[in-house]
Design a binder for this molecule. Structure first.
Ligand SMILES: C[S@@+](CC[C@H](N)C(=O)[O-])C[C@H]1O[C@@H](n2cnc3c(N)ncnc32)[C@H](O)[C@@H]1O
Length: 240
């Protein structure tokens, strides 16, 4: 399943996220011991640092990063976009509960062919999603296309822990504990067996940095958190 490619991967991922959308937030909270909101806050701050303007969150899921971006100085209008209707409806319900909801909206769309013009956004983000999209380079190329010159593309992603004393513990946690929690809480062990496999099958932090550069982004940087399992990558679009 984690070895799936192209349209097969797209179908698998779509069916799986549609199934678990109702338990997605609770699972995130439990799996990360609540740390995911801190990571999103940091991602939003880094994405908008020194920038002002409209913001796009690609593959927004239930919208947590889009809502965090809305609260971050510099964000004007925020759009959260996802392939799946069940995710977009949940995000919209959450957005409706906020007082300042008029600055955030949610829509359906494909990360591989973003329905926006070139140079539209001050920053474009993606959280825990690049791993799930069938063509990593194409999705980053699209993010780079729709960001303005001088704007920023940022990814927050779970990646394999390659070295260090904590590596065996993180591996055990992902491989053994997460699927069990998924079975009990989301009643879907296979979705949470896919998760560690998708992480292990994903590129390394160094390789992702290379993809950022290949799609034309400059000043590419990265930082890790979450015991070395969670990485932030960012890059800027060259000013014309
Ligand atoms: C692990 S979730 C991450 C959701 C959210 N960004 C977060 O931080 O919780 C991955 C999301 O990617 C979405 N997705 C997968 N393939 C996509 C595609 N081709 N275009 C847009 N969204 C996609 C899924 O529907 C799912 O909501």
């Amino acid at each position: 399943m984690a070895g799936l490619r192209g349209s097969e991967k797209r179908r698998y991922v779509a069916a799986m996220f549609s199934r678990i959308s109702g338990r997605y937030d609770l699972m995130n909270f439990l799996m990360t011991f609540g740390m995911d909101s801190r990571w999103r806050r940091k991602a939003a701050r880094l994405a908008l640092e020194g920038l002002e303007g409209p913001v796009l969150d690609v593959a927004t899921g239930t919208g947590d990063l889009a809502l965090e971006l809305e609260r971050t100085p510099g964000a004007e209008e925020v759009i959260g976009m996802d392939l799946l209707e069940p995710m977009v409806s949940r995000a919209s319900v959450k957005g409706d509960g906020r007082r300042r909801r008029r600055r955030v909206s949610f829509a359906m769309g494909d990360a591989l062919s973003l329905p926006f013009r070139d140079d539209s956004f001050a920053c474009v983000t993606s959280a825990f999603s690049l791993r799930n999209i069938p063509d990593l380079e194409q999705s980053l190329r699209e993010m780079a296309r729709v960001v303005r010159p001088g704007g920023r593309v940022l990814s927050l992603e779970t990646m394999p822990v390659e070295r260090g004393a904590l590596r065996p513990f993180v591996k055990f946690y992902f491989r053994r504990v997460v699927p069990l929690v998924g079975a009990v809480v989301a009643l879907d062990m296979s979705a949470y067996t896919y998760l560690p496999r998708s992480v292990e099958g994903f590129v390394s932090p160094e390789e992702l940095e290379g993809v950022f550069a290949r799609v034309g982004l400059v000043d590419v940087g990265r930082e890790s958190t979450g015991f070395g399992a969670v990485h932030l990558h960012w890059g800027r679009k060259v000013t014309a």
